[in-house]
Design a protein. Structure first.
Length: 168
């Protein structure tokens, strides 16, 4: 009989905290200069589109139209480079390891009205190659989308950080 203790598995929150701390340390080590020159390639990418003629049903059409129906994440780069793409959709399959309750929480966080008007911090123009980049796109019931971009170590508004921490 093996009496060795079983190794502990770190929780998701410990991993996220560790990753954020590592990202801050790497940002400091690599020199994170923000560009304020207005160069679109050096700032956060946000965009919104709304096709005309979108219709909704129910008691509050405006509230229904602003509900997030899908969130996609693309995470790239890092010390051990990755290219992870995940899609969370109200009418699609759940990503591996995701529960229906987690999907509901993600769509609820993405539906926060503050997320649609959030002012993201600029992304460093020449971010260190060891940092991970994140592209998040939220699709709404009215057909509009909102896209966000950031890298490790850049402190973004809490409404976005909350959503990002929920994504795989």
């Amino acid at each position: 009989m093996n009496s060795r203790p079983r190794p502990l598995r770190p929780t998701r929150s410990i991993l996220v905290t560790t990753a954020l701390g590592l990202g801050l340390a790497l940002t400091a080590a690599c020199g994170s200069q923000s560009s304020s020159s207005g160069d679109p390639a050096s700032s956060v990418g946000t965009s919104s589109t709304a096709p005309g003629g979108a219709t909704t049903t129910g008691n509050d059409p405006a509230a229904e139209a602003s509900q997030a129906v899908a969130v996609s994440l693309r995470r790239t780069g890092g010390l051990r480079p990755v290219d992870v793409r995940l899609s969370y959709s109200a009418d699609g399959p759940l990503p591996a390891g995701t529960t229906q309750a987690e999907l509901d929480d993600i769509l609820s966080a993405a539906s926060d009205p503050a997320l649609r008007t959030v002012d993201m911090a600029p992304v460093p123009k020449n971010a260190c190659c060891d940092l991970q980049s994140y592209q998040v796109t939220v699709s709404y019931a009215d057909g509009s989308t909102k896209s966000f971009a950031t890298v490790d170590g850049v402190q973004q508004p809490q409404v976005f950080e909350k959503l990002l921490s929920m994504l795989g």
